[in-house]
Design a protein around this ligand. Structure first.
Ligand code: ZN
Length: 119
């Protein structure tokens, strides 16, 4: 499949931003539907997180650092800390692990918590 960067209009500020090939590829690889993000990166950072559990996949996790990143269902990334993992660490804390997670707003931007295995 050929992916192309797509221009998307932010639902909040009306600015156009790029829904990148990388984001689309990640969604496809993870078996997630190719749905563009509704908010630009700036608004996303400020937005109230969507409530509830979302499906995602672990991009990477560093035991040394005690944190990592998840790929969200919209193809974007979100930070998570080891303390936000509620599932089986052996299953959750590895690359490409399918997970459920919730997102909260912090001073440093959105953060995933209640991260646990999806299968
Ligand atoms: Zn915006």
């Amino acid at each position: 499949m050929n992916y192309k960067d797509q221009l998307v209009t932010c639902e909040q500020c009306g600015k156009r931003f790029v829904y990148t090939v990388e984001e689309q590829r990640r969604q496809a690889e993870l078996g997630l539907p190719l749905i563009p993000p509704t908010l630009c990166p700036t608004c996303r950072r400020e937005a109230e997180p969507r409530p509830g559990l979302h499906p995602g996949v672990v991009k990477w996790y560093s035991e040394e650092k005690g944190y990592g990143f998840l790929i969200q269902d919209d193809g974007t990334e979100v930070f998570f800390h080891r303390s936000g993992v509620t599932g089986d660490p052996e299953r959750v804390l590895q690359e490409k692990a399918p997970v459920w997670y919730e997102v909260k707003k912090t001073e440093r931007g959105p953060q995933a918590y209640n991260v646990h295995e999806r299968e």
